[in-house]
Every structure is written in C-alpha cells, then in structure tokens.
Design a protein around this ligand. Structure first.
Ligand code: GMH
Ligand code: CA
Length: 160
C-alpha cells in the first residue's frame, strides 16, 4: 500500500485544478454569450432576460407570442426590472404592454399568474380606467405606467 493514499489525493487535486480551469473558461464564454444575445434588444436583470423582437400587436397577441417562445410577457416586479423594460421602450421609442392587468376585477391589478402586483410605477392620475375600457398596462417612453385598452397595439417585450 505505502503512499497510495497520498497519490490518490494528488490525483484528485489535479482533477480539481483541471475543473477549475474548465469552469473559468465556461464562465468567460457564458459572459460573452450574454453580451451577444442582449445586443441590442435585450437586458439582463438578475435571473431574468428581457427581450423584444420588434413585433407589435394587441395584448392577447403579445401574451401568446411570448409564451409560444417559452417566456412570458415582461412583468416587472421591482424598479430594476422596470428600468430594463424602460430602456427597451426608449430604444424603440414605442410603448409596450406588460404582463399586468385588471381584467378579472376592476382596479385590482394582477400578474398573468393571478398574483396581486408587488410593484407599480404609475404616471400621476393613472390608472384612470378611461371610458371604463382600460384593463391592460402600458409602459410609456418615460418609463411610467398607464392603463390602456387591451385591444390597442403595442411593442412586445418578453421575459425569459
Ligand atoms: C384621459 C385623460 C388623459 C390621460 C388619458 C389616459 C388614457 O384621456 O385623463 O389625461 O392621459 O385618459 O389615461 O389611457
Ligand atoms: Ca389610462
């Protein structure tokens, strides 16, 4: 037997150091891929990727397109996420619909999964349910929110 325990340890050390090198290479490659996929139409916030394809349509159509793509309509849950969406809105100079509405109960805004919203960024005097017909939410080019008729056409931003 002798030093077979020691050489076993040295073998594992070499394997760990090989894996450390491979992990560093993977991390640097991954960070480059993140730059590439977010240029110029995407933003990363924490675990979420926000992305537009440039498509415009009504709320149902945008919702369907995002879920078809394996994501969902962008649903900002904090200021950092809203800023990412705002940047895309500013880039295109076109407001977007987000994944928030009060279709079920007037005045109670929810995410697509039915959860009550935990964050909002309403324009002053909004939501006003103008003409009793505004259940969807757009992000203006200012980054502020307005309730708007779901039948209007807006730019798509999905989250993945
Ligand atoms: C009304 C007014 C405007 C407001 C719009 C908007 C429509 O026309 O209150 O000041 O900008 O509604 O809320 O969604
Ligand atoms: Ca409104």
């Amino acid at each position: 037997k002798g030093d077979s325990g020691l050489s076993e340890i040295n073998l594992v050390k070499r394997q760990v150091s090989t894996l450390e090198g491979q992990l560093r290479a993977l991390q640097s490659s991954f960070s480059k891929y993140k730059q590439v996929i977010t240029f110029p139409n995407g933003r990363i916030v924490g675990e979420k990727i926000f992305m537009t394809s440039g498509y415009e349509g009504n709320f149902e159509s945008l919702k369907q397109r995002c879920s078809q793509a394996g994501g969902q309509l962008a649903s900002p849950r904090n200021a950092a996420e809203n800023t990412a969406i705002h940047q895309i809105v500013a880039l295109y100079n076109k407001p977007v619909f987000i994944g928030i509405n009060d279709i079920q109960t007037e005045g109670r805004f929810k995410y697509l999964n039915g959860e009550n919203i935990v964050y909002s960024n309403w324009e002053p005097r909004e939501p006003n349910n103008d003409k009793g017909a505004e259940d969807c939410v757009e992000v203006y080019t200012s980054g502020k929110w307005n309730d708007k008729s779901c039948g209007e056409r807006r730019l798509i931003v999905c989250e993945f």
